[in-house]
Design a protein around this ligand. Structure first.
Ligand code: SAM
Length: 329
């Protein structure tokens, strides 16, 4: 039978499971467990590069850099870019020497900051509406993933839920992921940004349409698995991007664009358009290569997939290039 010490809040349990000694991200390469835009196509790095160039920025910092795949591709594109990865995992052995690596966000940032699928991995607590309508903290048994309801929430947790994920009229069993640690994480980035643009890219939702069943899931070896905080899988939940955007503004962002990846990448030249058939006759090899690339690009902007990811871009002392706004947004 589980002892009481095995029960933790989701935030405590996730922090240990992902980032503690022997934690998932300290020992596992993200690419072995899920495919992000970075792994899908070099067109993603190309778009990041174009965004930096169009804003006149000469440095790129990748927060939550994984195994440095984005930075390695950027280094191939432009050796004059100043590149830094911020990552709790050790520096990858095959990272080009010119790319810097740190386990903390530097005190000051200048240039383009990219955080691709970082915020969804910031550990959060989960709250649930009980049968009497009270908002109770959810605790989890770290070895099995079993859950139980603990005390009613108060303080900052309650204030955040009331402001960003209201559950006052929601039926018993409705849930919220309490997002203020993410807001703080993002605000910490924007506050350090002296000149430049910070972009967070993640699956997310807005206050008008929160997912009341909650979004916390596990990923292991490319598969969705039940979220068990035992260090064997990624634990991830969708991002309340409007709350994060507000935190960035409060931290000093002078301008903000909130759009989707499809619109942003199309604006940066990723179209997913198939090559003309005439190329197949003229140069079959080039046609096949262009076709493969078009398929990758299409995956980056696909509706129902990566194309629906949110792009939150915030700038300080820099003009934001006109990233396209999503249709209807
Ligand atoms: C889902 S992976 C994404 C990796 C990469 N950005 C990509 O797109 O493939 C999230 C990464 O963020 C890192 N991470 C999470 N919190 C961090 C923090 N506070 N500082 C540095 N890295 C962090 C994790 O170790 C993990 O490698």
């Amino acid at each position: 039978m589980a002892t009481d010490r095995a029960w933790q809040t989701w935030r405590e349990a996730t922090s240990r499971a992902l980032y503690g000694p022997g934690g998932f991200f300290r020992t596992q390469a993200p690419a072995a467990h899920f495919r992000t835009s970075v792994h899908v196509s070099s067109a993603f790095a190309d778009a990041v590069f174009r965004l930096a160039r169009s804003a006149g920025l000469r440095a790129v910092t990748d927060v939550g850099a994984g195994r440095g795949e984005l930075l390695t591709t950027l280094h191939q594109f432009a050796q004059d870019l100043d590149l830094l990865g911020v990552e709790v995992a050790n520096r990858p052995a095959d990272l080009p020497d010119a790319v810097g690596w740190s386990d903390v966000v530097p005190d000051t940032l200048d240039g383009l900051v990219i955080a691709n699928e970082w915020l969804d991995d910031v550990p959060l607590d989960v709250v649930e509406v009980d049968s009497g309508g009270a908002l109770r903290l959810v605790e989890v048994q770290v070895e099995t993933g079993d859950e139980r309801l603990a005390d009613p929430i108060d303080g900052r947790d309650l204030a955040w839920v009331e402001r960003w994920w209201p559950l006052a009229d929601a039926p018993p069993g409705s849930r919220a992921e309490v997002g203020w640690p993410r807001d703080d994480a993002w605000a910490g980035v924007v506050r350090r940004l002296r000149t430049g643009i910070a972009v967070a890219i993640d699956y997310g939702h807005l206050r008008e349409r929160r997912p009341y069943a909650g979004t916390l899931v596990g990923y292991r070896a490319g598969r969705l698995v039940p979220p068990v905080p035992d260090g064997s899988c990624d634990l991830t939940s969708h991002v309340a991007v409007d709350a994060v955007a507000r935190a960035g503004e409060e931290a000093g962002a002078a301008s903000t664009v909130l759009t989707d990846q499809r619109s942003a990448l199309r604006g940066l030249g990723v179209t997913g358009t198939r090559p003309p058939l005439t190329l197949a006759h003229a140069d079959p090899g080039a046609y096949l290569a262009a076709l493969a690339r078009a398929g990758e690009d299409a995956e980056l902007i696909a509706p129902g997939g990566l194309g629906d990811f949110c792009w939150l871009a915030q700038a300080r002392n820099t003009e934001l290039p006109p990233l396209k706004i999503r249709a209807g947004g």
